[in-house]
Write a protein that binds this ligand. Structure first.
Ligand code: GLU
Length: 316
């Protein structure tokens, strides 16, 4: 059977089993086929190569996340037959970022004591005005508040100084990558003006605290990886996780799926009478794990990933 070159990766570089990965949806909407493709890579890789899967509900954004979305995500995962392993420290079937304020406070405190955090009160508009980013590009924080020594009560916003280092890492699928977070985003926002922990900060702390050593996620998050590696090092992590960024699912018109893509929402497919196997197969075909959509089990997806992983020499 012809293999899709998009799926080949260096399985020989995975840590010895049992290693730990995670599925980390944000409950800002329903799961769609893109999440299912991610889940297939996460669970399939873990089943094929001796990993365990933690479920982390990434509800750090208290404004956009909703408990009903979390309930729907859990019901969809159950329906798809995707069962997570228990969190090793708490024994809980999942962790929720909104329950972990103390963990983030304590990580920030460690960095603060090392002089690596400062209070910032720049608005997004000010940063946009100062940054040279073109429309749609990520604005770089120019460090306006870095030397100001603002008192703690000036704002809940906190930034972590990022060293100017070039970060080099070897993505298991995409190979050697070089990123320069200082010129991409500048000093990293850890907590925003509403007191919300940011995705970048929470994810680096959680991956460290939960012992996640393999991060499997879509290519849309590739640009975040260098800064998460720097932050992990700043937090005292000796070996940052390994990363595998997989292909994304696109709509027929080439647009990325979003939580508002009702047509591929899993709840909608279920209402239309799709089976779990048909849903897994449609997601697998969309990211090159199957040549054509057809019903697929998780076991078969794992077998296909076992093949895709064996296709590349460990050093490639
Ligand atoms: N919570 C993120 C999302 O739903 C995924 C984060 C990650 O895998 O690092 O897109």
């Amino acid at each position: 059977m012809a293999r899709d070159p998009r799926t080949s990766f260096a399985a020989g570089r995975l840590p010895p089993p049992p290693w730990t990965t995670r599925f980390a949806p944000a409950p800002t909407g329903e799961l769609h086929l893109g999440h299912v493709a991610n889940a297939l890579w996460v669970w399939g890789l873990a089943r094929a190569f001796g990993g365990r899967v933690l479920l982390r509900i990434e509800d750090h954004d208290r404004v956009r996340c909703r408990p009903e979305h979390e309930r729907a995500i859990l019901a969809d995962l159950d329906w798809l037959g995707l069962e997570p392993d228990r969190d090793p420290s708490s024994g809980a079937p999942r962790v929720r970022q909104s329950d972990r304020n103390e963990v983030y406070e304590s990580a920030l405190g460690r960095l603060e004591r090392g002089g690596e955090v400062y209070v910032c009160r720049c608005t997004r508009r000010e940063i946009l005005a100062l940054s040279a980013a073109a429309a749609g590009e990520e604005p770089r924080y120019p460090g306006t508040c870095r030397g100001r020594g603002l008192p703690a009560d000036a704002s809940p916003m906190r930034r972590v100084r990022l060293p100017g280092d070039l970060v080099e890492f070897e993505d298991l699928r995409l190979g050697a990558r070089r990123q320069h977070p200082d010129s991409q985003c500048g000093d990293l926002l850890a907590r925003d003006r509403d007191g919300n922990w940011t995705y970048q900060f929470a994810v680096a702390v959680d991956d460290l605290e939960q012992g996640v050593d393999v991060v499997v996620r879509g290519e849309d998050l590739l640009e975040s990886t260098g800064r998460q590696i720097l932050l992990a090092r700043r937090l005292g992590r000796e070996r940052p996780p390994l990363f595998l960024h997989h292909p994304l699912v696109y709509r027929a018109d080439g647009a990325k799926l979003s939580k508002s893509s009702r047509d591929t929402a899993i709840g909608e497919l279920r209402r239309q009478g799709w089976s779990a196997a048909r849903t897994l197969g449609a997601a697998a075909a969309a990211v090159g794990l199957l040549p054509q959509p057809r019903p697929l089990t998780l076991r078969e997806a794992a077998a296909r990933l076992a093949e895709a992983g064996a296709a590349r020499a460990p050093s490639a």
